[in-house]
Design a protein around this ligand. Structure first.
Ligand code: 5AD
Ligand code: SF4
Length: 477
């Protein structure tokens, strides 16, 4: 089985080329619709972070243009695509588990189903080899840099006897204006940059998403203006390290300057962004956050570990004291700000004393949410070959002790909202109760309250009445 290698043309030409492949598949699918009375269906699964979720919206947009219809039932799909993650080992194990199931599905229920894998996990050689050898029922494999080639690769697969593998090692073009299916009508994510240059020693992202590349501010602003014209009220600006946005553009611009420009877009109501790296969080950005009325006073600021010794081994470029000073500045500038974070427990060499320093930071900052992870060894990263890997029982014990400290503090932070009337962007009907709506405050607190679905997409005042730690109950005013 040969690995294929397609190449890229400049952005607009490339988009036009892909549109011709879309049309080709569309003709086939329209014929199928005329013959059977129903459309072919696709099942799309995005694993991992918001970047992947956003990429999948583009994949789904292209599939929609090809005349496929989305289904949430994998067992009735003609085209199945997993946009994979490899940040931690369990994400990869999940993919292999699902591939086992798909083999059976293809053999017994739908031999014509096409199975595609893309995203971060596929960028790794060892994964490509494993799929070639052991998962021969997979039809199409591509990576993070050539997602826009989906239509062309599908045509290649349809015209060939065997699977198509097309994995690039870097970006050639950022193709703008791909069709996209947005998961929500009132909020949307917008990529402002791709890749990461930080090489935190535990992290595989820089190896699978390549070097940092910022989009031109005008392209970003134009995309947001279009979304707002379409009814979008809240924008999430996405990047692995948004604080270093714009530094390498031909006409450099800071993230703070970009925020101010986005803030001026008429009709837009809320701006969020993630992820901020503490080492690049400038005073200029804090000032811009404070000054821009549409920017939510909510900051995701991963600290990973409270021990300066471990932070150094992680290649994070800040100290415990530096991080705490930064938080102090942020809170001083915006007293009502809420903070969330990412924490890793069990990094190689982490002692009980180091772990206690992580607990110190949790106690001092008081987060509204924390994404907590057990360190996962990623082959190819510097941390994977460090000595003193921490035994599993020790890590599990620390992880539990961390949650015991964290959760009561999350409850305390949530409590500060009780009794207040807050603007809530109504998001959806609760999955468990059709009479209950869910929404989010500016501080990102999830609110449940009684209401009807015509309110979805509106920002309305809700009185917060009860604290459930990870969400609150409210009453519509
Ligand atoms: N093990 C555990 N957690 C990790 N993260 C990244 N790499 C690893 C790893 N090897 C976490 C970090 C990062 C978040 C997105 O995932 O906390 O901020
Ligand atoms: Fe990974 Fe660090 Fe880059 Fe975040 S900043 S994606 S943790 S290397």
């Amino acid at each position: 089985m040969e690995k294929q290698r397609t190449t890229a043309l400049p952005s607009t030409e490339e988009l036009a080329r892909q549109m011709t492949y879309i049309q080709k598949i569309r003709q086939e699918n329209d014929k199928y619709l005329a013959e059977t009375g129903h459309k072919k269906k696709f099942y799309s699964l995005a694993m991992g972070c918001q970047m992947n979720a956003h990429d999948s919206e583009k994949l789904e947009g292209m599939l929609d243009e090809m005349g496929y219809e989305a289904t949430t039932e994998e067992t009735e799909a003609d085209f199945i695509i997993y946009n994979t993650c490899c940040v931690r080992e369990n994400a990869e194990l999940k993919v292999y588990g699902k591939l086992g199931w798909l083999k059976h599905y293809k053999e017994t229920e739908n031999p014509n189903a096409m199975i595609a894998l893309c995203g971060c996990m596929m960028q790794q050689d060892v994964v490509q080899q494993t799929i070639m050898k052991k998962y021969r029922h997979v039809d199409l494999v591509f990576g993070t840099f050539n997602l826009y080639k989906l239509p062309e690769l599908m045509c290649m697969r349809m015209d060939s006897d065997g699977p198509v593998f097309d994995i690039w090692q870097e970006y050639q073009e950022v193709v703008e204006d791909l069709p996209s299916i947005r998961h929500f009508s009132y909020k949307a994510s917008v990529n402002i940059m791709f890749g990461c240059n930080n090489f935190c020693s535990y992290c595989i992202v820089p190896y699978v998403r390549g070097r940092e590349r910022s989009r031109e501010p005008e392209d970003i602003l134009q995309e947001i203006r279009k979304l707002v014209a379409d009814g979008v009220k809240e924008i999430m600006l996405l990047g692995q390290n948004v604080n270093s946005y714009g530094k390498t553009l031909e006409h450099p611009i800071s993230f703070a300057e970009l925020l101010r420009k986005v803030n001026e877009i008429e009709g837009l109501e809320r701006i969020r962004f993630m992820t901020s790296h503490p080492k690049d969080m400038s005073d200029e950005l804090i000032l811009a956050m404070k000054a821009c009325d549409k920017v939510c006073k909510y900051l995701h600021l991963p600290f990973q570990s409270g021990s300066t010794k471990i932070l150094k081994k992680m290649n994070r470029h800040y100290t415990k004291e530096g991080y705490l000073e930064l938080v102090r500045k942020v809170k001083e500038a915006m007293p009502d700000v809420t903070l969330s974070t990412d924490i890793i427990v069990g990094f190689p060499g982490e002692t009980e004393e180091d772990f206690q320093e992580t607990l110190d930071v949790i106690r001092e900052v008081k987060y509204c949410t924390a994404f907590t992870f057990i360190y996962s060894k990623r082959t190819g990263t510097p941390a994977a070959v460090m000595e003193d890997q921490v035994p599993e029982e020790v890590v599990k014990d620390r992880f539990q002790r961390m949650l015991d400290v964290l959760n009561p503090l999350v409850h305390e932070v949530t409590q500060t909202q009780v009794g207040k009337v807050l603007p809530v962007l109504v998001e959806e009907v609760s999955k468990n109760d059709a009479g209950i709506l869910t929404g989010r405050t500016e501080q990102n607190t999830l609110v449940h309250f009684t209401g009807t679905k015509d309110l979805i997409g509106q920002i309305i005042p809700v009185k917060i009445t009860e604290n459930k730690t990870f969400y609150v109950i409210g009453e519509r005013m």
